[in-house]
Design a protein around this ligand. Structure first.
Ligand code: ADP
Ligand code: MG
Length: 212
């Protein structure tokens, strides 16, 4: 499938305008394949190599659904490491520049717990974090899952490699059943397939070959 102009997609005008100012002139191949499904509300499994633009593929999806007036956590993005979570948060904030008062918060291990409690009390729309710390906040009640309607597993293959499967299962148990779930990965080993069966509902599958 060839790349598309972002303006041909059912994105909010302010997001399209901002993409123009970021010099994102057209979609990357994985964005062209996955965004129409993501924007239609489907659960999606997307596989493409590193550097192919996967962050915007899910980031635009959750930003397009977000109700900024509802100051509750509506999206949860899980990443394998703090460095990756920080990168994803930076990219989502760039994509969200045109949405006023939007709050993207990172919750990662290896950083002090106390300040995260204060930040959560101030509120956020989007959480980007690592599984262990996110599970801890859900368990302790400092992160409320009730309004989470988009859930993203980014670099799912690496999260499973790092032994996060059980923690991911616990996190999923906290989430509302009615939600959109997106799984992004560079590879698609069997372990992901069995997790996907538990976590996603009737997922669409898209893949961009690494030769492209
Ligand atoms: P991945 O998660 O697949 O490894 P990233 O989401 O980190 O890839 O994107 C890689 C780089 O490509 C980032 O610097 C990002 O800003 C840039 N990028 C993503 N989508 C586009 C686009 N449509 N046009 C131009 N640059 C893009
Ligand atoms: Mg990525």
């Amino acid at each position: 499938m060839s790349d598309k102009a972002f303006s041909s997609l059912p994105l909010r005008p302010e997001l399209i305008e901002n993409l123009r100012s970021l010099d994102y002139t057209s979609t990357t191949p994985i964005q062209a394949q996955s965004l129409p499904l993501v924007l239609a509300g489907r659960d999606v499994i997307a596989q493409a190599k590193t550097g192919s633009g996967k962050t915007a593929a899910f980031g635009l999806g959750l930003l397009n659904r977000l109700d900024v007036k509802l100051f509750r956590v509506q999206s949860l993005v899980l990443c394998p490491t703090r460095e990756l979570a920080d990168q994803v948060a930076v990219e989502i904030r760039r994509l969200a520049r045109a949405i006023h008062n939007i709050k993207v918060l990172t919750l990662c291990g290896g950083t002090a717990f106390g300040p995260q409690l204060g930040s959560l009390e101030h509120g956020a729309h989007i959480i980007v974090g690592t599984p262990g710390r996110v599970e801890e906040h859900l368990r302790k009640g400092s992160l409320k899952a009730k309004h989470i309607s988009s859930f993203v597993l980014d670099e799912a293959d690496r999260m499973l490699d790092m032994g996060f499967e059980e923690t991911l299962n616990k996190i999923v148990d906290w989430l509302p059943a009615k939600r959109q779930t997106l799984l992004f990965s560079a590879t698609y080993p069997d372990a992901i397939e069995s997790m996907a069966k538990r976590v996603l509902r009737d997922p669409a599958m898209v893949k961009v070959d690494s030769s492209h």
